[in-house]
Ligand binder design. Structure first.
Ligand code: ARG
Length: 293
């Protein structure tokens, strides 16, 4: 059958394949080699395809990361990493990923980057690499408005909610003991905060930006925040697989560029108002994050 194909049809087929290859170029990281087709017009060499990296994000962390009405990951983290990527010469595709086990997705190759308000810690640095810090944070206590809790130490005898495996979890372990039955661990920070409403815990310890955002957007919950001088300054970084220096360099180039050209500040203003985040300032006096829709 095949030998019956005329040379004309052969040329047509070759041209079709070339066209398909061109279409593929726009989408794939590595285009298939163009078929050796004498009939195909010499296509202009296409620019090196831009790499698309898969980003893991626990999108239950407003205003940093959340799911939009159309089921896409959005928030400050997304705006920031997309802007940095544009400057660093790469693209990102966000995938909502449960916090528990999120770091393992780097080693398994399921995700190239974890962008999830991840605090850079010495312990985590053993198993993954971090970009330059891009945001300052600190732990903050959420309690009901009528609570007598005035400082971290007051939580000693209380049930405290945290998101499993977060820096909030670590801090509370130090106060209550690693194995304390009074530490109630939740899969997400909003679930811990809902349990505060339900009365199952007396306090929640989590990142200041998220606690403040929740309080501002859930006035009916009647929560207040309590800061404590013992909480150490934290910084968020983008995490990559240990040793992925190539990607790390691109991310860092991007972060530097958006800080230099003012787009970093513009994104901060979008979420926290005109003043920069002030996350490192005493949390109780920091301005509440702008309400999100
Ligand atoms: N900054 C804290 C940590 O690194 C909490 C981050 C939680 N992020 C999230 N998207 N749930 O442990």
């Amino acid at each position: 059958m095949f030998h019956q194909i005329t040379s004309q049809r052969r040329a047509l087929l070759a041209a079709t394949f070339s066209a398909l290859a061109l279409v593929a170029c726009g989408k794939k990281e590595t285009p298939p080699p163009a078929p050796a087709a004498a009939a195909a017009p010499a296509a202009a060499p296409s620019p090196a395809p831009v790499k698309v990296y898969t980003v893991g994000t626990d999108a239950a962390y407003a205003p940093f990361e959340k799911m939009s009405a159309s089921n896409e990951v959005e928030g400050l983290t997304v705006d920031l990493l997309k802007a940095a990527a544009a400057k660093g010469g790469f693209e990102v595709k966000f995938v909502n990923t449960p916090w528990e086990g999120i770091f393992k997705t780097l080693d398994s190759g399921e995700r190239d980057i974890v962008a999830s308000s991840v605090t850079i810690t010495d312990e985590r640095k053993q198993t993954m690499d971090f970009s330059k810090p891009y945001f300052d944070a600190v732990q903050l206590i959420a309690v009901k408005e009528d609570s007598k809790v005035a400082k971290f130490d007051d939580l000693k005898k209380l049930k405290v909610g945290v998101q499993t495996g977060t820096t909030g979890d670590e801090v509370v372990q130090k106060l209550l003991g690693k194995t304390s039955a009074n530490i109630k661990r939740f899969e997400s920070t909003p679930l811990a905060l809902q349990e505060l409403t339900a009365g199952g815990v007396s306090a929640v310890v989590a990142d200041n930006g998220v606690v403040q955002h929740y309080i501002a957007n859930n006035p009916n919950a009647k929560f207040k925040s309590v800061s404590d001088a013992s909480f150490v300054a934290e910084q968020y970084g983008f995490a990559v697989k240990k040793g992925n220096a190539e990607l790390l360099a691109k991310i860092n180039t991007g972060i530097d560029a958006i800080k230099a050209d003012g787009s970093y500040d513009t994104i901060m203003a979008k979420y926290f108002g005109a003043k920069p985040a002030a996350a490192a300032a005493p949390a109780a006096s920091a301005p509440a994050p702008a309400a999100s829709k």
